[in-house]
Write a protein that binds this ligand. Structure first.
Ligand SMILES: *[C@@H]1O[C@H](CO)[C@@H](O)[C@H](O)[C@H]1NC(C)=O
Ligand SMILES: [Zn+2]
Ligand SMILES: [Zn+2]
Length: 454
């Protein structure tokens, strides 16, 4: 009504607004104040975002899909990205989806979730139990997808402020299928200069995060060997070449690789977990098949183990007049997951701001493997754990277990960390920013001095 005239009341409103502006702690109106890590956690814990993430997790949990078959999960992800107005590439590595939030320019920084379930029959009776016989999200990847979508929603709300691009990686087949490797081969990492990944953990308390700089998870390989002799009557061994005795000696000799050849200060594992041979009390079989896994924390040790496993099997079989052929599924070898020191320092700053120093835990290296290692092998990467164990609550069953239970209260922490880590990363890459605290570059030398006790 009074579009042209300035009434006393509109004057006083203008004055009030001016006062508000002047009292703002961020007087530079061209740069809205960047959210702090605590702001991200507060947003991730707001009821609408919690519902959003929990609902997605429960939907996915009911329809688990194995590696490279995550078609419905992938479709759900894409429909959510459509709804949020986030552009994406699909298909990448069959079911993978790569989303983009922000300016479309450098720096490009990625956050990743794995989508696959396990061939396990769920034994937990609850409302959102798996509806697919023999398949279950028993490693929490349903939660990983939900948290990444939650972070996407949160980041999209602030996408105008992002002076860079967040790359969302939804990858297939983490559980042995090297989905990350396929994603890389199909160009998912184009332009990406750093990557963060997380895993929900039943071992760490709720409200804590755990990680470490340097090697964090082992390199992983599988082997299989067929040891052939000559079958015959079990009562007349002199007419046979017994592969069962040969294989038994092979297995004992393999134990010496770690106990006698490896540096005792460097962790390695050789486990024979498969032994198939024979089927009758009175027949010596023609052949025996053995197989297993081996782990190490450096590429050199891993290569050495590969070489020696083959030698020990073929030569020890030869001692017993058997022949052996050894095969390695080298397509699916997982490298060591090594956390970049500069990104570790970045993580500590964000985590300290969000949870406080007391809730930052130093993780011991794990003999388990993660295909996140394929990413961190080619660019700086950082992998960490989000605690789920309620203090004083019953011990959560570990992952890959039919009784696996997720504590959904942990999901907002993952959502917040995803969003905070990349937003702060992009902010710190803006040299023209006025805020001094945002100008510290990330580098290898940027080791935390105040965090030595971690
Ligand atoms: C092992 O391989 C050699 C060479 O092929 C063959 O002559 C021999 O019969 C094989 N031995 C057994 C027990 O299969
Ligand atoms: Zn797993
Ligand atoms: Zn997992």
């Amino acid at each position: 009504m009074e579009a042209l005239g300035i009434s006393p009341s509109s004057l006083s409103i203008s004055f009030f607004l001016l006062l508000l502006l002047l009292s703002s702690p961020y007087p530079s109106s061209c740069h809205p104040s960047p959210p702090t890590p605590a702001d991200f956690l507060a947003r991730a814990m707001s009821p609408d975002l919690v519902d959003y993430v929990v609902n997605i997790r429960r939907k996915i949990h009911q329809y688990p899909e194995l590696g490279y078959q995550e078609f419905a999960t992938s479709e759900l992800i894409r429909s959510e990205l459509d709804r949020l107005g986030i552009r994406y590439k699909h298909p990448v590595a069959i079911t993978g989806v790569v989303g983009y939030i922000g300016s479309g320019n450098a720096p490009f920084v990625a956050i990743r979730a794995d989508m696959d379930a396990l061939p396990i029959e769920e034994s937990v009776d609850w409302e959102y139990k798996s509806k697919v016989p023999g398949k279950m999200h028993a490693c929490g990847h349903d939660g990983h997808v939900a948290m990444l979508l939650g972070a996407a929603k949160l980041l999209q709300e602030q996408s105008k402020e992002l002076q860079g691009t967040v790359v969302l990686l939804f990858q297939p087949a983490e559980e042995g299928g090297a989905g990350a490797k396929s994603m890389i081969e199909e160009g998912a990492m184009e332009n990406v200069e750093a990557i963060f990944g997380l895993h929900l953990s039943t071992k760490h308390p709720l409200g804590t995060v755990a990680s470490r700089a340097g090697p964090a998870l082992a390199a992983n390989g599988f082997f299989e060997a067929v040891i052939s002799g000559k079958g015959g009557h079990a009562a007349l061994p002199q007419h046979s070449v017994d592969p069962i005795v040969a294989a038994s000696n092979v297995i004992v000799s393999l134990q010496h690789l770690v106990s006698r050849e490896a540096d005792p200060l460097e962790s390695q594992v050789v486990t024979v977990s498969k032994f198939e041979g024979g089927g009758a009390f009175n027949v010596i079989p023609d052949s025996v098949t053995i197989g297993g896994t081996f782990r190490a924390f450096s590429k050199e040790s891993f290569v050495q183990l590969t070489k020696r496993i083959e030698e020990v099997i073929t030569r020890q079989a030869g001692v017993h007049r058997c022949n052996a052929t050894v095969t390695f599924d080298s397509e699916h070898f997982y490298p060591v997951t090594t956390n970049h020191k500069g990104l570790h320092a970045h993580f500590l700053k964000v985590a300290e701001g969000m949870l406080g120093m007391d809730n930052l835990l130093e993780m011991k290296p794990l003999m388990g493997a993660e295909d996140f290692s394929f990413y961190s092998e080619i660019i700086p990467g950082f992998f960490y754990h989000i605690g789920m164990q309620e203090k004083g609550g019953e011990q959560l069953p570990s992952a890959h277990n039919p009784y696996y239970k997720m504590n959904e209260d942990a999901l907002p922490f993952g959502t917040a960390f995803h969003a905070a880590l990349v937003t702060r990363y992009i902010l710190e890459k803006q040299p023209e920013r006025h805020d001094e605290t945002l100008r510290q570059p990330i580098s290898d030398k940027d080791l935390p001095k105040a965090h030595d006790e971690l």
